[in-house]
Design a protein around this ligand. Structure first.
Ligand SMILES: Cc1cc2nc3c(=O)[nH]c(=O)nc-3n(C[C@H](O)[C@H](O)[C@H](O)COP(=O)(O)OP(=O)(O)OC[C@H]3O[C@@H](n4cnc5c(N)ncnc54)[C@H](O)[C@@H]3O)c2cc1C
Length: 551
């Protein structure tokens, strides 16, 4: 790609400013420095941030970008924390679609909504509640101000049966790299037909081209939602100690239950350490400052009662159905650990009791704390987290669990309006996809666990079911971004993780910029096809050139 000269860049910015107005084109160095901050090291600061408000404006900007040969990196909310928000080159423009925040339609009977990219989890959930629409959105443990569409386009993952977000998108409007607007599925003209109800339309399935890609900018989409169930329970499961045989058997049991439809195919089996990151911060504990030792972890487990592994999940459906499923779950999971059932009533009691519990805890009376731990069968911080986790499983987003990103930061984490990137928190996610077979998953998990220990990074892991047949051992490197040597260490470690996954032949379910050049290393033929499609759709390399190594 020929890079634009300085005057052409300036002219492009002027034209876009004429189109959007000054307020929506940000070029000040100070602002760009803050807005382009990223949790992944090595961010690049773009030429400008632009904020269009309609499909027509997006299309106009893309046409101008072709004329001036400027690359556009589109984001919906721009909170892709842990995966990255940065373009590859400084001559690019970052496009944020947060102003396009209309909920165009909600169809309660057919259980879908049609939304623009600026619609956040928080906003969609509020809209449904305010309008008394009996539909639930599947949300994530990520930012409530994250975009429902942006997350789905990057194949983000939630927690219910609707957790595979991209697979619940249906009917897209897309601005192609030449500025042309297309609508996928159903009738391409004004009639909607089955656009938002039947994914495949007729002929080759085009929508798949726009997930994790650089073939277009999605400007609205249908998304399927969960009908509010007659009955909803959350259940928590804890395995106190990890014993290999039991652990593998638990994973196989969960797979069978997911295949049989007893539990949602979205169980996130979470390590004790991972749970701990929600409950506290390293600097607040009497532990090694750089890296938690096994002894530190034992003490923290004693204090917080997190156990070795655990998960929460929701049960949704008709009363009789939920009752029957609950019976099966108790029968199948009790041999492996402890189950706790939570419903609206229990959550209400916990909320009422919480001020008293916190006061008792503050008094640091160890006897009271011991009695409370016995009564609650969990530590107070775990009980405190319960209503928030309960909410997530019914589609209500919360910042409570998002705070875990700050586990290693040396200052108090914010309680609200959390912006992980602006706070310069260091997080990098890594998630290879592995067939859901207990033996294989254990082996892969254990191999990466050893690597984390060797490199002295705490082993942040969730064994995340992304379908009944596929597990992502989802790992996070938490590092202190302000510390240059730790940043370098984290980067080197990340490369080693990528190499190991490649060696084993596992792709990741989602990639950060740092991993793009490894996506197709084992399948150059696929890269060739993708590059051919790109060359046809985007001969001027306008939309995110280089994303997933596709130019
Ligand atoms: C502590 C923590 C917990 C997290 N938990 C979760 C979790 O449980 N599940 C989860 O999925 N994520 C999680 N995340 C990751 C991330 O923060 C969320 O996925 C978030 O929703 C993504 O940000 P966004 O919605 O603003 O997406 P964006 O940044 O807007 O977009 C994401 C990607 O899609 C592309 N894209 C976005 N919009 C468009 C468009 N309109 N057209 C074309 N391409 C587009 C972008 O180029 C980008 O690559 C977590 C992050 C942190 C730090």
């Amino acid at each position: 790609m020929n890079l634009p000269d300085k005057n052409r860049k300036q002219e492009f910015i002027e034209k876009v400013t004429e189109l959007l107005g000054k307020e929506y084109v940000v070029t000040s160095h100070e602002e760009i420095e803050v807005r382009s901050r990223d949790t992944v090291p090595g961010r690049v600061q773009p030429l400008a941030f632009v904020y269009p408000s309609s499909t027509a404006e997006v299309s106009e900007i893309v046409k101008l970008a072709n004329e001036f040969q400027i690359a556009i990196w589109p984001h919906s909310a721009g909170r892709n924390w842990g995966w990255g928000n940065s373009p590859l080159t400084e001559d690019s423009v970052t496009m944020i679609l947060e102003r396009m925040n209309k909920i165009i339609e909600v169809n309660e009977d057919l259980a879908y909504a049609v939304i623009e990219p600026g619609v956040t989890y928080e906003a969609l959930n509020k809209y449904l509640k305010d309008h008394k629409i009996k539909l639930w959105t599947d949300c994530t443990g990520g930012p409530p101000k994250g975009s429902v569409l942006g997350n789905a386009l990057d194949r983000g993952v939630g927690v219910t049966s609707y957790a595979d977000h991209f697979s619940n998108l249906c009917g897209l409007e897309v601005v192609l790299p030449d500025g042309k607007i297309i609508r996928t599925g159903g009738y391409p003209a004004s009639k909607n037909g089955t656009r938002y109800t039947y994914k495949w339309g007729a002929g080759p399935y085009i929508e798949g081209l726009f997930g994790q890609s650089n073939y277009g900018i999605v400007t609205h989409a249908g998304i399927w939602l969960m009908p509010e169930p007659e009955s909803y329970f959350m259940f928590g499961f804890t395995m106190q100690r990890e014993e290999k045989g039991q652990y593998i058997s638990l994973l196989n049991t969960l797979r069978k239950m997911a295949l049989d439809g007893v539990v949602p195919p979205s169980i996130h089996l979470t390590s004790g350490f991972t749970l701990l990151t929600i409950l506290t911060q390293m600097f607040k504990e009497d532990v090694n400052d750089n890296y938690l030792t096994d002894e530190d972890m034992r003490r923290l487990d004693k204090k917080y009662g997190v156990g070795a592994w655990g998960f929460a999940s929701g049960l949704y459906g008709r009363k009789e159905h939920v009752k029957a499923m609950r019976k099966i779950i108790v029968r199948e999971l009790s041999p492996y650990g402890r189950l706790v059932w939570v419903d609206e009533y229990k959550v209400m009691i916990v909320k009422k009791m919480m001020p008293y519990l916190l006061r008792a805890r503050k008094a640091r009376n160890s006897l009271i704390n011991m009695v409370l731990n016995q009564l609650l069968k969990a530590s107070i911080p775990v009980v405190q987290a319960l209503p928030h986790i309960f909410d997530i499983y019914k589609g209500v987003p919360t910042e409570y669990v998002l705070k875990r990103a700050y586990f290693k930061t040396r200052k108090e984490r914010p309680e609200s309006n959390i912006h992980v990137a602006k706070d310069q928190v260091g997080v990098m996610w890594f998630g290879p996809m592995v067939p859901n077979d207990g033996e294989t998953v254990f082996e892969v998990m254990d191999c990466f666990r050893k690597k984390f220990a060797q490199h002295q990074f705490e082993f942040y892991i969730t064994i995340m079911m992304i379908s009944a047949r596929t597990i992502v051992p989802f790992m996070g490197i938490f590092y202190r971004q302000e510390d240059a040597s730790e940043r370098e260490r984290a980067l080197a470690f990340y490369s080693e993780l990528i190499e190991e996954a490649l060696r084993r032949g596992y792709q990741q379910f989602r990639y950060s910029r740092l991993g793009w050049n490894s996506v197709y290393k084992n399948s150059p033929d696929l890269l060739e096809v993708n590059n051919k499609i790109k060359a046809v759709l985007d001969p001027n390399h306008i939309i995110a050139p280089g994303k997933f190594d596709i130019f």
